[in-house]
Design a protein around this ligand. Structure first.
Ligand code: HEM
Length: 416
């Protein structure tokens, strides 16, 4: 370690003030292959790029168990979540998520549940202006709970809680406390359901995700305790509901000349390219955090054991070395060119079986490829509203939630 290196100032306040642009700005201002900083008093380095993805996702380099701050666990992921596990314990738990969320059959069943709820909801949209973000959150909540096998008393308040947990993880203000209350309420509800099922006072539908989580044995051979089972059920429900962020971004993106017309053409490959471009272009997860397990070196730069290592997802998805015109919304980025594993990283990188990459990526892409064309075909006006997406808010969103005024849905009278 270079002992003469000047002390590094803490950047926690700069991160809060600048949001998504904080790391990419820092990177542009440094000639070094990594950004050195301090966050919450800890020495941190930030990396980006496909090669850095492979370095970051190597378990001999980076562990997750001690890296995630308590406030993020108490809101977004839940204490004891798969996100916090390493090694064998992680593999065993991850296998459960992969068996539930990957494979064409599983994905198609969830997409069918969502599109059925969407088609039903859309029929009433001409009666009043609707906020796409809110409508999508309710539709997704109803559909994912049906698919998981969870009886839902009140889709509206459950949707609000799922959104609150995501919305409040990266801010110290009232949104954060709302997120904590939403998590406490949701965990109590689902832990109670798990206990009822195990005591034979309630049933989980055969073959459902609910049944899989209730019966799952961890790598040490034990059942998940009811709290952890609730945390992991929420790790299926909450991020599926969070697809509402991208649905309202889809409304925003359809204003790009040519995109809406092209999406109406019933071309599944274009719909998938549109879904990937939504995930690349619009800001959602800013960066990932892990901790160096040993003394490391990245392109000649030392990274002492215990250093916080960040991977800049937003920066990589807008890196001009990887993407032509990175700040233009262009599904063409992916037409005839599927994303490379470690290049497009809105949901993490690396191998999803062995690493922490999101197991819900296929579901996310399939949902957006199904809902994008539905939205494009809908006849609606976009009234005057605040369509800004502030990059200093994390997670950000379209300020208005994307309000639309839909024309009555026409029922075809004759076949053609
Ligand atoms: C809204 C779109 C989504 C975004 C932006 C997103 C993003 C992410 C990110 C950035 C990670 C962390 C990757 C890492 O730590 O290396 C992750 C992990 C995870 N995601 Fe997603 N995700 C989304 C949708 C979903 C869906 C639909 C599901 C489930 C139905 C899901 C379930 C999970 C789980 C369980 C993990 C933890 C994986 C692990 O630690 O091994 N996500 N996601």
């Amino acid at each position: 370690m270079n002992q003469s290196r000047p002390p590094i100032a803490d950047s926690s306040l700069a991160l809060l003030a600048k949001g998504y642009t904080w790391l990419p700005d820092r990177r542009r201002r440094t000639a070094a292959p990594l950004v050195r900083t301090r966050l919450m008093g800890q020495h941190a380095v930030a990396l980006h790029g496909p090669e850095a993805v492979r370095f970051f996702y190597d378990e001999r380099h980076v562990e997750r168990g001690t890296a995630l701050p308590g406030p993020v666990l108490s809101t977004l992921f839940g204490h004891g979540a798969v996100h916090t596990l390493d090694g064998q314990a992680h593999r065993g738990r991850k296998e459960m998520f992969l068996s539930l969320l990957t494979g064409p059959q599983r994905v198609a069943e969830l997409v069918d549940s969502v599109t059925a709820a969407w088609d039903e909801a859309v029929a009433s949209w001409s009666e009043r202006p609707v906020v796409l973000f809110d409508e999508a959150s309710r539709i997704l909540t109803q559909a994912v709970c049906r698919w998981v096998g969870i009886p839902l008393a009140d889709a509206e308040s459950t949707a609000r809680d799922m959104v609150a947990m995501v919305d409040g993880f990266a801010t110290p203000g009232p949104r954060h406390w709302r997120a904590r209350r939403a998590r406490a309420r949701s965990e109590a509800w689902l832990a109670g359901l798990v206990e009822e099922i195990r005591a034979d006072r309630a049933t989980a539908p055969a073959g459902s995700a609910l049944e899989a989580v209730v019966r799952h044995l961890d790598s040490d051979g034990s059942l998940l305790d009811p709290h952890t089972a609730a945390v992991e059920l929420l790790n299926v429900i909450r991020p599926t509901v969070a697809v509402c962020w991208f649905v309202s971004y889809a409304g925003h993106a359809l204003r790009t000349p040519g995109v809406r017309e092209r999406l109406r053409e019933d071309d599944p490959a274009y719909a998938v390219a549109f879904a990937h471009e939504l995930r690349r272009f619009y800001p959602f997860a800013p960066f990932l955090g892990g901790r160096a397990v040993t003394d490391l070196e990245w392109r000649g730069e030392p990274i002492p054991a215990g250093t916080l290592i960040l991977h800049d997802l937003y920066g990589q998805n807008h890196d001009a070395d990887l993407w032509e015109e990175p700040y233009a919304f262009a599904p063409q980025h992916f037409v005839g060119r599927p994303p490379q594993r470690d290049e497009l990283v809105p949901q993490g990188g690396g191998d999803r079986t062995t690493g922490h990459r999101c197991p819900g990526e296929d579901v996310t892409v399939a949902l957006l490829a199904a809902l994008g064309p539905r939205l494009a075909r809908l006849d609606y006006d976009v009234p005057e509203q605040d369509l800004r997406i502030p990059l200093n808010r994390m997670p950000t969103r379209v300020r208005s939630g994307f309000v639309i005024h839909a024309a009555p849905v026409r029922v075809a009278a004759t076949a053609h």
